[in-house]
Design a protein around this ligand. Sequence first.
Ligand code: FES
Length: 165
Amino acid sequence: MNIRGVNTQAVFDLDVIKEIVVRSKDTPGAMLPILHEIQDAAGYIPAESVAIIADALNLSRAEVHGVITYYHHFRQQPPARHVLKLCQAEACQSVGSAALAEHAKAKLGCNFHEHSGDGMFALEPVYCLGHCACGPSLLVNDADVHARMTTVKFDALLQELRGTK
Ligand code: FES
């Protein structure tokens, strides 16, 4: 798992979403499987999906939107090019991951579960990456774990990922 994964944005196709909804709408508890399948296909849950799902499942748009926003797993915008998952569990907290998180948020201009202003980075908290002795730990694109992360190393990593280093 050492590929510097780059998420590609799926081309949004309304017909694909309609087909997913029609195929699954009559199965019990259809909402979550539909949302998962749409996200797998499109890379996120396009806003237009809400009305299609609501109509098919005989729910209000607010109910569908509520489920999408309840689960952080579901993205409402195309995936960022790079996903940074910063460990916030106890061992990493004890060696400065909270301060590092504040630095990352300031540097990227976003909070956890959000994208940087340029859409290039998503910042997510995780709760233990299994590298507790080497914290703070940072996982990049579900591929590379960076150990003993510091603010200086974080800034250098951003430059590297932006291709400006
Ligand atoms: S607590 Fe951070 S890697 Fe385990």
